[in-house]
Write a protein that binds this ligand. Sequence first.
Ligand code: NAD
Length: 502
Amino acid sequence: MRIAPPDSAVSEILPAVAEFLNAPRMQIGPAGCAAASGQSFAVYNPATGAELARVPAGGAEDVDRAVRAAQAAFEGPWSQMLPAQRQGLMLRLADLIEQNGEELAQLETLEQGKSIMLSRLIEVQASAEYFRYMAGWATKIEGATLDVSIPIPPGMRYQAYTRKEPVGVVAAITPWNFPLNMAAWKIAPALATGCTVVLKPAEETPLTSIRLAQLALEAGIPEGVVNVVTGLGHEAGAALVAHPGVAKIAFTGSTETGKLIGIQAMKDMKRATLELGGKAPMVMFDDMDLDLLGAAAGIGTFFNSGQTCCSGGRIYVQKGIYDKALEVIAGVTRSLAVGPGMDPANQINPVVSARHQAHVRACIARGIEDGATPLIGASTPAQGFYVAPELFTGVRQDMALMQEEIFGPVVTVTPFDDPDEGIALANDSRYGLGASIWTTDLNKMMRYVPKLRAGVVWVNSHNIPDQNLPFGGVKQSGIGREHGRGALDNYLETKSVCVAYR
Ligand code: NAD
């Protein structure tokens, strides 16, 4: 079955989904398997709080088997393939993602809680497109020819060139906010460059990653090229990062975990890209197009119930339009329907876990304790991991509400006087992933975009990545960029070849 219309509600769970949930197994080499320890852990449905499935609790032994399978594939069949063959297999995988799209979308909404519309559009469709985009690069990897000036020995001439070679086995570690899409962001460039992968998905949301590895095999990608070890971060994740057979780590997750991984990577001199946390500012100037305010609040901040690393949790509004902006943003916040993701009419869905629900609620309580003013105070369904969207005013820069990543539907709105002050407030953060400015004045835009300390700056929009747009953070939001041609370099080593001739 292909993907259903994005805005259609799910009336029944597909038989294939029910069957998959019976006994999902991790994927090492050619086969699904249990953990060596025989242990498993529960995955929950955030909409109900009930157990959805049990998956293997992989540990060091499973990680070792997976890395060995990935090494064997890297040195064996995968390295023999022509770039055009890799491209063909990736395109086939993209087709299979679409053909199994409704199954994947339902699985994603069941394990993550998000709107089925987002599962269809982002997790499934955008992931298929990501594989297609990266497949195109497989045949376009190139080095350079270099003139060199080596004078010895007399009579000898030289010509040099560079080769771009796959780095080897990639450890991909993903978070729970966009599980399938984050897996695609890592696996697609790895395959395009000829690397093999061991993926450790977040423990909250391992299901679509397992299914993706199955589809990779079905597409004809040789066994061992894409492996998935399910398990806990400090067990399977830590074992994977420390494994000597891993050449490169591609991590998306929290800044705290990213630092641990960065230290381990440095110890072993492994290559690492770290896509970490954010606390994105949206700076709205007096001259902005006020018709954009609704979308700014809806997409910029509450998309995926605020569980987006670029979510515009800090809105700064110039005083001339502050009252109007607050009225519109509060109106949008109040209008958001809260409920299960299986009905696309619900715009705020449960957050991913009971633990995360407690965290977001604690952030709200702390904000109130610190003296900020909540404007909404809505209620939520009694069952499931819901948090009602909340909007705060009266928030000082030094409050936790302003400085700490909440990763939920909680937004602050703060006035400023002049544009320089707005930009200074925006930059007053340990994070620097996404940011936006809102203006109709071209001069202002050109002046202030360079001043924002962020890896991605949107103008008159926010929170919309693209496969061709380099994505990543400055400051404590990470190291490196995903997407675009430049992302390939994360998975390639440069080998210089110097040829002497007479
Ligand atoms: P997390 O850091 O807790 O976990 C992320 C992944 O790391 C999970 O798979 C987890 O099992 C694993 N992990 C945990 N401890 C580990 C360890 N010691 N060694 C190896 N792996 C370990 O983050 P999360 O709560 O799952 O995700 C939310 C965070 O991710 C937020 O901070 C968010 O901003 C960030 N995020 C960033 C981006 C980006 O592109 N910059 C995108 C999405 C999410």
